[in-house]
Design a binder for this molecule. Sequence first.
Ligand SMILES: Cc1ncc(COP(=O)(O)O)c(C=O)c1O
Length: 391
Amino acid sequence: MSEEPVVRMGETSAGVTRPSVSPIYQTTAFDVPDLEILQQLYTGQLTGDIYTRDSNPGMRALAQSIADLEQTEAGAVFASGMGALGSIFLTLLSAGDHVLTAQSLYGKTLQLASRMQRFGISVSAFDVSSPDQLTAQLQPNTRFVLVETVANPLLEVADIPALVAAAGAVPLIVDSTFTTPELIRPCGLGAAAVIHSASKYLNGHGDVMLGVAAGSAQLMARLNETASVFGQNANPFECWLTQRGLRTLPLRMRQICSTAGRLAQFLATHPAVLKVHHPSLPQHPSHSLAGRMYPQGTGGIIAIELQTGGRTGIETVNQFMHSVPQLPFSPTLADARTTLSHPALTSHRFLSPEVRSAAGISDALLRISVGLEPLDVLVQEFDAGLKTLLK
Ligand SMILES: Cc1ncc(COP(=O)(O)O)c(C=O)c1O
């Protein structure tokens, strides 16, 4: 019988076998055998973890998977996509610096950039379809340029090699959340770093909040340090779930791209739909660029402008959503299920109606995040819901 105090009980050992799936190291800290080893851990002579806010085996494993997928020297993990972006801003910018962003970024990313002004950082934005505009707006103190591979919600495609060339010596940072390393690897095209909201396709099951980055080992070490100091670190369970989600990323992206392309074609022929925004369609402004840069597709996002038929845009979208309860409204994307969102009242709600309408985002615009349901099921459900708008 053991005389151990209860707080010391419960240590496990896997014995002679190994778990088939890496365990979640749900621990705040790691016991270190002695001070010599502690020093060697801090100086990098030994590999190991000390404190989970800085690193943990599951975080390191996921960071390495992201680096392998993006084919970069190193990767890093954060509490969310915004944590990854926040860490980039806080690492690369100081008072007196300038940052240049695409005009059409995720709303919270634009908010993050504009908050930087409080700290003496100037921010300007350029039209991502014009590399010349990028070059014209560079300043001697521009520290980086930030773009998204495919912009939300109208799916304008960024020409990464042209933007890299236009930025010259200034690093281009690319948010590839919509496209994933299955469809494009921006660092291989000259970008200095890539980030993702792993809450989206990388995990792919709508049950995680996580961000990742990939790039040079030096930059990733700096980002990790910032994440630790500012508490933007990932946690072991989210990393474990995302690692599991990654295993099916190639299959999911293949299926989602195929379904999205065919659903877009169907929607483009529907009398209740005024306009379909999807780069696979010849009428989309990025069609030929997307064909060159994304031979496998641009992911699962489609935006459709509904025919209002005398109703307001909001009434039209509400009527459609009520008629298709199987297609939930969910203000995220890249769930395994197909979900709907409404850019005017979610991602772009902070813009004035005039600015929204100039950007092509009307109240009747619906964003679809295509999931893993069979195409014929989705066609039948969209058709039935859209037909209610024609009555
Ligand atoms: C393109 C893009 N980047 C970044 C983010 C932020 O990611 P997270 O929600 O994981 O903080 C999002 C979230 O929707 C996004 O769509």
